[in-house]
Design a protein around this ligand. Structure first.
Ligand SMILES: *Cc1c(COP(=O)(O)O)cnc(C)c1O
Length: 365
C-alpha cells in the first residue's frame, strides 16, 4: 500500500537541495544573519507580488497580525470583527493587543459572511479582520464597502492565501494591511517560523519596522516600546529562493484540485469565476466525517481538519461569552469539514486513489 501523506517537507527539501544549499551557504558566509540584504531583497519581491508599496518581513504570521493591529492603534476598548472558523492565531492576535474579538459567521465557502459582519458592528468596532481561508480570498468587495461606510480599518489575515487573487487583485492587496505566514506548512514556506505584512501606507510600514525591532527608530533611539520580531536572513534567503518556484507549486496544487473536483466536486464549495484559488487546502464537507477519516487512514491516506473546534468554543475563549449555537454555519462545518492531501508531490494516481477511497466509503450507506 502506497502511503499518501498530508504534507511532505522531506520531499520538498530533496527536490530543492542541490540548488538551495549554495544559497544557504552564501547567506551564512555573508555574515549578515539578521536583517541585511537577504531581507531587503525578499521584502521588495513580496511587495511587488502583492501589488503593494511596502512589505515588512517579520518572524511569524501571528506577529504580522499583532504588530499590524498595534501599528493601527487598536487596543483596549476596541472591537475587531473576525471569523470564528480560523486558526486560533486570528483571534489570539486581537486578544494580544488588548482588544476584543467579535465573531461573524461564515458562508458555505468557509469565508466570512459580509452581511454577518455588518450586523456585528457596534460603536466600539475599529477594524475588520477577514481571513482568506484555505487559499481563496474572502468576499472583499462588500467587506471593503462596509469598512469604508463605517470608517473601519481592514487587516487581512492572508496567512493561507499568498498568491490567491479576487477579481485579479492579490490577497493582502485590499485592506490597510495584509498579513501572511511563511510557516513550514504554508504554500510559500520558510524552514522555520517566518511571516510578513504588506501595505501601501509608508507610515504604517515604518511603524512596523520599528515595532519589530524594540521600537528603535535608529540604532540608539527608541520612539516607542517594541518587540523582537525580525525575520532571520537565512529564512529570507530561503523564501526568496522558494518564491521563484511558487507558481509551479500553485500550479501543481491547482491541477490536483481539478482532479479532485472531477470526482468529488459536489463535496467541495465551488470557486467563482473571479477567484484564483491557490488550494492551500482542499476541503470536502461530508456527514460522518470522523468515520470517513478513519477509513481513509486505514488505506494509508492522511487527512486533517482545519479546524475541528471553532475559536468561540475553545476553552481560552470562554470569557468572550459565546456558546454552542452562536455561529450555526461555522459549527455545522466544524463537524463536516475534512482536508484531503493536495501537496505538490502527489501524483495523479494518488489523487485518484483518494477519490476512490472517498467514493467507496460513501457508497456503503
Ligand atoms: C498559519 C496561520 C496563522 C499564523 O501564522 P504563524 O506564522 O504560524 O504565526 C494565522 N492565521 C491563519 C489563518 C493561519 O493559517
Amino acid at each position: 500500500m502506497r502511503r499518501i501523506p498530508f504534507v511532505d517537507l522531506k520531499a520538498q527539501f530533496a527536490e530543492e537541495r542541490e540548488a538551495l544549499m549554495p544559497v544557504i551557504e552564501a547567506t551564512l558566509a555573508g555574515g549578515a544573519w539578521v536583517g541585511g540584504e537577504a531581507v531587503e531583497q525578499l521584502e521588495a519581491r513580496l511587495a511587488e507580488r502583492c501589488g503593494r508599496a511596502h512589505a515588512v518581513a517579520l518572524n511569524s504570521g501571528t506577529d504580522a497580525l499583532i504588530l499590524s493591529l498595534r501599528a493601527l492603534g487598536i487596543g483596549p476598548g476596541d472591537e475587531v470583527i473576525t471569523a470564528p472558523n480560523s486558526f486560533i492565531a486570528s483571534a489570539g492576535a486581537i486578544i494580544a493587543v488588548g482588544a476584543v474579538p467579535v465573531f461573524a459567521d461564515v458562508r458555505a465557502d468557509q469565508n466570512i459572511d459580509p452581511d454577518a459582519v455588518a450586523a456585528a458592528i457596534t460603536p466600539r468596532t475599529r477594524a475588520i479582520m477577514p481571513v482568506h481561508l484555505t487559499g481563496r480570498v474572502a468576499d472583499m468587495d462588500p467587506l471593503m464597502a462596509i469598512a469604508a461606510h463605517h470608517g473601519l480599518a481592514v487587516v487581512e489575515d492572508a496567512a493561507q492565501s499568498f498568491g490567491a487573487t479576487y477579481r485579479g487583485r492579490p490577497a493582502g492587496g485590499f485592506g490597510h494591511v495584509g498579513c501572511f505566514s511563511a510557516h513550514p506548512l504554508k504554500n510559500l514556506n520558510a524552514a522555520g517560523d517566518a511571516g510578513f505584512a504588506v501595505t501601501d501606507d509608508a507610515a504604517l510600514a515604518e511603524r512596523l519596522r520599528r515595532l519589530r525591532s524594540h521600537g528603535l527608530a535608529d540604532r540608539n533611539n527608541a520612539t516607542e516600546w517594541g518587540l523582537v520580531s525580525r525575520m532571520d536572513s537565512l529564512q529570507a534567503a530561503i523564501l526568496s529562493f522558494r518564491l521563484g518556484r511558487l507558481d509551479a507549486v500553485i500550479a501543481r496544487r491547482r491541477a490536483n484540485a481539478a482532479l479532485y473536483r472531477h470526482s468529488l466536486g459536489h463535496l467541495n464549495a465551488p470557486c467563482r469565476n473571479h477567484e484564483f484559488n491557490t488550494f492551500h487546502l482542499f476541503v470536502i464537507q461530508v456527514g460522518r466525517r470522523d468515520a470517513l477519516r478513519d477509513f481513509l487512514a486505514k488505506r494509508g491516506i492522511t487527512t486533517a481538519i482545519h479546524y475541528p473546534v471553532p475559536i468561540h468554543l475553545q476553552p481560552a475563549a470562554a470569557g468572550l461569552g459565546y456558546g454552542q449555537g452562536a455561529f450555526p454555519e461555522c459549527e455545522r462545518q466544524a463537524s463536516r469539514i475534512l482536508s484531503l492531501p493536495i501537496h505538490q508531490f502527489l501524483r495523479p494516481e494518488d489523487i485518484t486513489a483518494v477519490c476512490e477511497a472517498v467514493t467507496d466509503y460513501r457508497g456503503r450507506d
